[in-house]
Ligand binder design. Structure first.
Ligand SMILES: [Zn+2]
Length: 292
């Protein structure tokens, strides 16, 4: 069932094929760049209903802090990659949340700044981590400088117009700047096995879901050259998502089955490393350089 009157938000192609339906929103996949997007676009009011309360809530803070060690570990890994391409400079983290990534990048020698909307997260990053955080929206904030490195962790899937975002990012980048993007991978084994129950489908907060192919097209169109891409799984979370699909819970009657299932699925973890090598991991991280 092709979709008429809409064009792909990434590449303007008119060939959009029905992909799935979730939360009463319809998702279509572009047959050219393979991005999967919600059509028609959710309204501002609909999005605010989901986003505003969520990202400024204590519940979200709790979830974030329970993943703190994991996030610090990921930041240290990326810090190593960033250093290979850009050993020093001023770094902007867009949608920096509680500032965990910035904390790592700052301590490793970069001059760091973040921009964030949620007051609860800004307060923590400023007061506890002593970070330099701008309060506002990257699309409208009046920046006074340009950056050597810009990082976008779990941001682009939330932005209605990826092209408008990348125009903005390009303006904020110095020549040869490094761009780091991390986003859920729709072209992943993780998604294929969990489908509508994928933890990262998150419709309608996630408006556009990308694959390596769609990001390659998007970046090329905006004058960025890809240096390095990797896909990977948070395998513990992957296993929990599979158990969720199987309706097993870690309490009550299914507790034992859950435990056995958890142990059993871990035996397959080497497969995750394998499919991730071929671009099918659940998350994708991409490093690109501004070339013109
Ligand atoms: Zn497209």
């Amino acid at each position: 069932m092709p979709l008429k009157k809409f064009k792909c938000r990434l590449c303007n192609s008119e060939k959009l094929d029905f992909f799935l339906m979730e939360n009463n929103y319809k998702l279509y996949r572009c047959s050219f760049c393979k991005v999967v997007s919600i059509y028609p676009q959710p309204t501002k009011i609909e999005l605010e209903k989901f986003n505003k309360n969520k990202y400024n809530s204590l519940q979200n803070k709790k979830a974030y802090f329970s993943a703190k060690n994991k996030l610090y570990e990921r930041a240290r890994l990326d810090d190593g990659f960033i250093k290979k391409f850009k050993p020093r400079g001023i770094l902007l983290d867009v949608g920096c949340s509680y500032g965990f990534y910035l904390d790592v990048f700052g301590k490793s020698g970069f001059q760091v700044q973040g921009i964030e909307l949620a007051p609860i997260a800004i307060k923590y990053a400023r007061n506890k981590l002593r970070l330099n955080i701008l309060k506002g929206d990257v699309m409208t904030y009046k920046f006074s400088k340009r950056y050597d490195i810009i990082t976008l962790y779990e941001i682009i899937e939330h932005i209605p117009s990826p092209n408008a975002l990348f125009k903005r990012i390009k303006k904020l980048s110095k020549s040869n700047a490094l761009l780091v993007i991390q986003t859920p991978n729709i072209n992943s084994v993780y998604f294929k096995l969990t489908g509508n129950k994928w933890f990262w489908l998150l419709v309608p907060q996630h408006i556009n879901l990308f694959s390596v192919q769609s990001l390659k097209i998007l970046l090329k169109n905006h004058g960025f050259q890809i240096l390095f891409t990797r896909t990977w799984d948070d395998y513990d979370e992957f296993v929990k998502n599979i158990l969720f699909v199987l309706r097993l819970k870690d309490k009550g009657k299914s507790k034992i089955l859950y435990f056995l299932g958890y142990k059993l699925l871990w035996l397959f973890s080497p497969l995750s490393s394998l499919w991730s090598k071929f671009g099918y991991g659940g998350e994708l991280t991409l490093f690109a350089q501004k070339i013109n």
